[in-house]
Structure formats: C-alpha cells, structure tokens
Design a protein around this ligand. Structure first.
Ligand SMILES: Cc1cc2nc3c(=O)[nH]c(=O)nc-3n(C[C@H](O)[C@H](O)[C@H](O)COP(=O)(O)O)c2cc1C
Length: 345
C-alpha cells in the first residue's frame, strides 16, 4: 500500500475539481517525486476512468483520486427558491436563464466501483466521511484511504472509520472547505494550529491550506505533517486545466483579497472577493443546489470577461502562485523547505 514516507518530495498536488486537476498535472507531480490527485467530484465515472487510464499512460508513479461524498441531508428548498428569485435580475442582465432544479447524482456508486476495480493507489474523500464499508472495501483492494477534514474532531471521526490518513485543511485553503455538511460553519484555524491535535490520532496527516513558501512547508513538517498539499500554488502551471478566466482573475490587480463564501455553490469556499460575494452574503447552505443554480450565470460572466460575477477559487497565498511548470514549482518549494530546515529525503 502507498506510504507517504516513500515520497521523494512530501508534496501533494491537491485534487481540484472544475478543471484544474488534469492527468498531466497528476503525472508531473508524481514524476517530480510528489503525489498527484485526480478530482472525480462532479464527473461521471466514465470520464474518471479515462483520466485514470491517461495517468497510467503518462507515469508509473503512484497517484490519487478524490471523490465527493453525497450530501446526507435534503437542501432547504424554500431558501433555494428565494435565492433563485434574488438572482433573477443578474441572470436577465447576463442573458441566461437559471437552471431548473436538478436532482443531485454525482455517480457516486459507479465511481466507488471504479476506484476499487482500478486499484487506485490513494483514494481521498471530501464533503463528508465515507461509509465504513467503502473504506474497508477500498483498503481490501489495496488503496490507501484518506479523508479530508477541516477540524480535529472530524479527523478523529475519520480515524474511527478506519482511514489510513487525513488531509487536514485549514482556514487559508482555496476552494471548498472540507466541512462534513454544507450548513456547518467552518472554524478559523490553520492546519498548523490543528496539527498537534491531529498528530496524536496516530495516522499520517497531510496539511493543506495557504501553503506557498518553503518556510511554511518546513513548519508544517516540523509540526508533524506527513506531507503538505498544494492547491492554489499549482493553478497557474501549464499542466493545470485552470480556465483562462480563472487565470485572469488570479493575476488581476482588481481582485485584492480572498473570502469564504457560500454565494457561488452553497458550501463554504474561499474565493477572490468580488461583487457577487458582496451582494450575496446570505446564500443558502445548499450544495449542490446552489452550485447548479448559479452555474450558467457564472459561466456567462466568465465568457464576457466580467471579473465581478464569477468564482475564482483561491487560497490566501494566491499571490505566490507562479506560471511555471508543476515540476519546477514542486522542486522550488521543496528546495526552499529544505533550506528552511525540512529534513532531506
Ligand atoms: C480550484 C480548486 C478546486 C478544488 N477542488 C477540490 C476537490 O475537488 N476536492 C478536494 O478535496 N479539495 C478541493 N480543493 C481544495 C484542495 O484540495 C486543497 O485543500 C486546497 O487547495 C489547499 O489550499 P490552497 O489552495 O491554499 O493550497 C480545491 C481547491 C481549489 C483551489
């Protein structure tokens, strides 16, 4: 089974759904001595199977696949309807119709079957904890199973299910926070704050959130992290499938800070602050309903170069992201981490 201690470079290319994670990025991270992740959330099983095959064509390095755990509670329908009404004028201005309500089916069962059959070296879950039977099944198939969590108590719940490790995501993280439900208010702790508690759980802990310098990476490893996960730091790499609009947002001088918001998807997520975030501070806690509702609107804004009404997921360290090859990012950050005291492997 995969072990973090076997990595030449203890850096993980985060799973990033919505485009950024590609087989090329996963392979580049693996070839550079780290661990890459495919993002299977919001994708059909067939598309994920094709990506797994592509990774295996590109590299023999171990890699991971990340799955979204389906929501366990029904969305607040009235609040979603009220949000749809509130978005009406913007939809009209952008010339889009708001999507009718669509039943959420993330192809969960088929994707679980796929990762088990494909014997994926590492499988991670976010947006909730996987059923114990799924953990046991994947471990029996030889996978190292990780759960993404945003607090030490949730890390303990994951460990009780038998996972092999946790991804501990702090407040600085770009994109969705790994709270177990859309309604939960995320804490404001960094991975460094939570590492001492999580380390005592006795499984490897991958620290995530806001990592963009070697000093930060060395500090997390010194605090007991088995590896550090990088998301935003890789968004501008050529291997990432980050959209042109997202790349433009990340380098725009007009967008000057990041905030955690439910406005785009109904789940707390860190994005560059813009008018949409400011205009919708009370978006309902309903994922994936709000995600589906705002999708056409965000796409229309992105197409027209409107920086104010689309989502630019970004962690607090977004200004440190560089448009250089993924292998160069990993090599640079690891060399800096070693210079800052991280033990050479
Ligand atoms: C664009 C984007 C998409 C993301 N998608 C996922 C995802 O599909 N699954 C997941 O577990 N985490 C996802 N995350 C969170 C990352 O796994 C990771 O926790 C986060 O990027 C770490 O913070 P950083 O961006 O500051 O490095 C995403 C993050 C970003 C920026």
């Amino acid at each position: 089974m995969f072990r973090f201690t076997a990595l030449r470079v203890p850096l993980v290319a985060a799973p990033m759904a919505g485009g950024p994670s590609t087989p090329a990025l996963v392979a580049a991270a693996g070839e550079a001595g780290g661990l890459g992740f495919l993002a299977a959330g919001s994708k059909r099983a067939g598309a994920v199977a094709a990506e797994i095959a592509e990774v295996r064509d590109l590299t023999r390095a171990p890699f991971g696949v990340n799955l979204f755990v389906p929501p366990q509670t029904p969305a607040p329908t009235e609040a979603v309807d009220a949000y749809r009404a509130a978005l009406g004028p913007l939809a009209a201005a952008l010339g889009v119709s708001l999507a009718p309500r669509v039943e959420a089916d993330d192809d969960w069962d088929a994707k679980l079957d796929l990762v088990a059959a494909a014997r994926v070296p590492v499988v991670s879950f976010t947006f909730g904890l996987p059923p114990m039977a799924a953990v046991a099944r994947l471990r029996a198939a030889g996978s190292c199973v990780l759960a993404s969590v945003a607090s030490v108590p949730d890390a303990a719940r994951a460990v009780a299910l038998g996972v092999d490790g946790v991804v501990l995501q702090g407040v600085e993280a770009g994109g969705h926070r790994a709270t177990l439900t859309p309604a939960e208010e995320p804490n404001d702790l960094s991975a460094l704050d939570m590492l001492p508690g999580a380390r005592d759980l006795g499984v490897p802990v991958v620290a995530a959130g806001g990592f963009g310098t070697g000093e930060q990476i060395a500090a997390a490893l010194a605090a007991g992290a088995a590896a550090v996960q990088l998301g935003t730091a890789l968004l501008l790499t050529p291997e990432a499938g980050t959209s042109a609009a997202h790349r433009a947002g990340l380098v725009s001088p007009a967008l000057t800070e990041t905030v955690v918001t439910r406005a785009f998807t109904g789940r707390p997520a860190r994005a560059l602050a813009n008018a949409f975030v400011t205009e919708h501070p009370d978006a309902p806690a309903a994922y994936p309903e709000v995600n589906l509702l705002t999708s056409a609107l965000r796409q229309a804004a992105a197409r027209s170069g409107d920086l104010q009404h689309t989502h630019f997921w970004a962690g607090t360290g977004w200004r440190l992201a560089r448009a250089e090859p993924a292998a160069a990012v990993l090599a640079r950050l690891w060399a800096d981490a070693v210079a800052a005291g991280a033990p050479q492997r």
